[in-house]
Design a binder for this molecule. Structure first.
Ligand code: HEM
Length: 218
């Protein structure tokens, strides 16, 4: 799309440098952020076997006894609402991306505070996601918070993919890849944790590379 736009309008916003940066960002996001998310998901499911059991029941209900791993349809993935809630709760508690930044193009007053033109404002999911006014008992891992009747995680309160016109372009893709990965994982494997994991916080929140789990084929 960017290349097509550049071809039509070589002097438009899509310069070679911008396209190169976007490609690098997308490769980085696909590789690093999704792996941070799935490793945090494996960790949380190891910590909460009752959540894993509920995911397996959902999978069986939707796919029946004969699960064909190569044939998850888009419709079936959409029906996996508890899986989606578990992924969202993992994104809430361990948001892989640490910040969404904006430079102000004009001065604004917000809650009595002046933010001057030119300042950079940072929205930090690790802080937003533990605000008790938006997430009841934020210290608990509770995927149900994203389902009715609680319906927590409103726009601009739940911000793992940022928000507004510069929100993550790959959010749907990341959710779909993670759902497909999780479907295979929970069907094929059992695993146990080997203790508390520690996380690195920069450039994104990610379980330290040397953390190990015990994994067996089911
Ligand atoms: C779990 C995976 C991912 C997370 C947590 C994530 C998170 C984010 C966040 C927080 C932003 C900044 C949003 C803002 O400033 O409001 C962003 C931007 C962006 N992401 Fe992702 N991302 C993920 C995966 C992906 C993937 C797979 C792609 C592409 C294949 C992608 C492409 C982009 C692009 C192009 C932007 C810049 C959007 C813009 O500036 O207009 N992301 N992402």
């Amino acid at each position: 799309m960017m290349l097509a736009s550049q071809q039509q309008n070589p002097d438009g916003v899509f310069s070679d440098a911008l396209i190169e940066n976007q490609c690098l960002l997308q490769l980085w996001a696909s590789h690093f952020q999704i792996s941070a998310l799935v490793s945090a998901l494996i960790y949380e499911l190891g910590k909460f076997p009752q959540v894993l059991a509920k995911l397996r029941s959902e999978q069986q209900e939707i796919k029946g006894e004969a699960v064909d791993l190569n044939a998850f349809t888009w419709e079936q993935l959409k029906q996996m609402v508890f899986l989606e809630a578990v992924i969202k709760e993992t994104l809430r508690t361990s948001p892989p991306s640490s910040t969404a930044n904006r430079r102000l193009t004009k001065s604004v007053v917000l809650d009595g505070m002046l933010y001057a033109k030119g300042c950079t404002v940072i929205a930090e999911p690790r802080l937003a996601h533990i605000m008790p006014e938006y997430f009841h008992q934020p210290e608990l891992f509770e995927p149900e918070r994203f389902l009715p009747p609680r319906n927590e995680g409103k726009m601009y309160e739940f911000i793992p993919f940022g928000g507004g016109v510069h929100a993550c372009l790959g959010a749907q893709m990341a959710m779909t890849i993670t759902k497909i990965f999780a479907c295979h994982l929970i069907y094929l494997f059992d695993w146990q944790l080997t203790g508390e994991a520690s996380f690195v916080q920069f450039p994104l929140k990610k379980i330290k590379n040397n953390y190990q789990i015990n994994l067996q084929k089911r």
